[in-house]
Design a protein around this ligand. Structure first.
Ligand SMILES: [Zn+2]
Length: 270
């Protein structure tokens, strides 16, 4: 782990940390600036990329797919609350069924997400639902809000992560595990239930405004619920709200999202 990442975890100013959330307009505690988000996201992605390379995981092998993902990201980010962040997406060729966002706009998709049999996403609208959800985590600044809340716990975890790294193993599974320790356990905390629910709701409106059919989000979570026993879906779908609850919550927001979608479609029509 790079020292700079550790330093990022220690905000210099612990006072006057109430800021206004760019999405909800609520006053929230966040010790980090947007620039901190961006810098931290780049550091984290650098670590993830390094870990993947060490594990011989191909990155961005399919230029066409990456370009398509980036286009989708740009289109959704453009209608988000923070359109000017340096949004960038990486495609990791592994059978992991997942996607993630680091703070500040750096994102990753694992190709397992759209594997024909093992994957979950079956069309572009569904892929857009996943990406819009991740972008919502970024614009809601869930990572640094949560780091702010959990700073004391985090400091204790740093020791554990350094120990894991110091053992230095070259086994792929362990290397990936370490990568996820960095990603999920240490640098990027698991999102809370409230954060997930917020990202679902905010992401639904983003995808609709960008002209992707929001019904795809409901479909996606319903499919996830039907397959909830599948261990491959663990990472993306093990978060606190159950998949069925997520689908139901999204369904309630669907009428509003459909209005946005129809409006966006009318604008985009040739
Ligand atoms: Zn999420």
């Amino acid at each position: 782990m790079k020292l700079r990442i550790l330093l990022l975890l220690l905000p210099l100013f612990a006072v006057g940390c109430a800021t206004v959330d760019p999405v909800t307009g609520r006053r929230v505690n966040n010790l980090y600036s947007i620039d901190d988000d961006i810098q931290m996201g780049r550091e984290v992605l650098g670590e993830v990329v390094k870990t993947m390379r060490e594990g011989k995981v191909p990155i961005n092998r399919d230029g066409k797919k990456v370009a398509k993902l980036q286009e989708m990201v740009n289109r959704i980010a453009a209608v988000s609350h923070l359109p000017d962040l340096p949004y960038e997406i990486y495609l990791f060729e592994t059978n992991i069924v997942n996607a993630f966002a680091a703070p500040g706009g750096q994102m990753g998709v694992f190709s397992g997400l759209y594997h024909p049999e093992m994957g979950l996403v079956q069309d572009d609208d569904e892929l857009a639902a996943v990406i819009a959800h991740e972008i919502a985590h970024v614009t809601c600044r869930h990572t640094t809000e949560s780091l702010t809340r959990e700073l004391p716990v985090r400091l204790a975890l740093i020791g554990g992560a350094l120990y894991a790294e110091a053992r230095g193993n070259d086994d792929l599974a362990l290397a990936l595990g370490a990568g996820f320790l960095v990603y999920e356990g240490l640098i990027l905390p698991r999102y809370s239930r409230r954060d997930e629910t917020e990202a679902d709701a905010v992401g639904l409106m983003y995808m609709a405004k960008a002209g992707y059919d929001p019904r795809a989000a409901v479909r996606l979570w319903e499919r996830a619920a039907a397959r909830s026993k599948d261990p491959k879906l663990f990472a993306l779908f093990s978060s606190h709200p159950t998949d069925r609850q997520r689908a139901e919550a999204l369904r309630k927001l669907l009428p509003q999202a459909m209005e946005e979608y129809e409006r966006a479609k009318a604008v985009r029509a040739p």
